[in-house]
Design a protein around this ligand. Sequence first.
Ligand SMILES: Cc1ncc(C[n+]2csc(CCOP(=O)(O)OP(=O)(O)O)c2C)c(N)n1
Ligand code: SF4
Ligand SMILES: [Mg+2]
Length: 252
Amino acid sequence: MNRERVAGKPRLMVPQTAGFVYCPGCHEPLVARAIAEALEDLGMGDNAVGVFDIGCSSFLLGIMDIDSVIGPHGRPPDIATAVKRIYPSNIVFTVQGDGGLLSIGADPLMGVLARAEKITIVMINNAVYGTTGGQMAPTSLAGQETSTTPGGRDASKHGFPVHAAEMIATFKSTAYSVRCAVNNPYNYEQTRECLRTAFTKQMDGVGFSFVEVLSACPSNWHMSPAASLRWIEESLMPEFPLGEFKNVDKME
Ligand SMILES: Cc1ncc(C[n+]2csc(CCOP(=O)(O)OP(=O)(O)O)c2C)c(N)n1
Ligand code: SF4
Ligand SMILES: [Mg+2]
């Protein structure tokens, strides 16, 4: 009987060789896979440079077979700017956590938006600082218990969650801004498509593109992988709705 191949490992994903192993149920490797597939779909795997941040996304370096560089925490947008200006025909993208992009690296993010850099930023929104033990991030929900807000995030002391995809959509330099998730096969396929669109905006020279992905961190949410999937749907998505916030073919 002939069997139809319905899924396989993308060529750009490599067996994990580094000492680090992602926690069970972590969605970051799925984001890496979606990026790998989007680059393969576009035939750009050999002409792409990933700039990874300090944080759990830094381990994409060990599982993706693309040219890559790692930056000091929060600085990937600056490095991506330089790489893109030196190699303008390459797809240049960063992968950063919500802490790395919105707090520690808020200044480099503002720089690329102000200068209208034609790069792509992929932000992993797991509502915590994952690598360092689950401290509050700018994206932590109201009432969310984290290691630095053991009584829950209290707006009067800790402020409100930051909506990156909506905020970035307000900049004239932004060609594309979207929020996705990889919590089920449908949303995974949507993420792959959004990444293709984001990279295409860059290849066409339209402007800056941004893809935020809701991502499970079971270890720091203190939940099982299955409970994390439910928490994404019941708690994260109401605060961070999925969808496109900007999609234009010309900066104006
Ligand atoms: C300037 C600087 N501040 C703090 C740290 C410590 N640090 C390393 S990773 C990290 C948290 C990363 O969180 P996030 O960016 O959300 O990524 P995640 O691990 O959740 O994917 C912190 C605070 C650092 N390396 N450099
Ligand atoms: S700490 Fe969280 S983000 Fe980091 S690998 Fe584990 S589950 Fe993933
Ligand atoms: Mg994080």
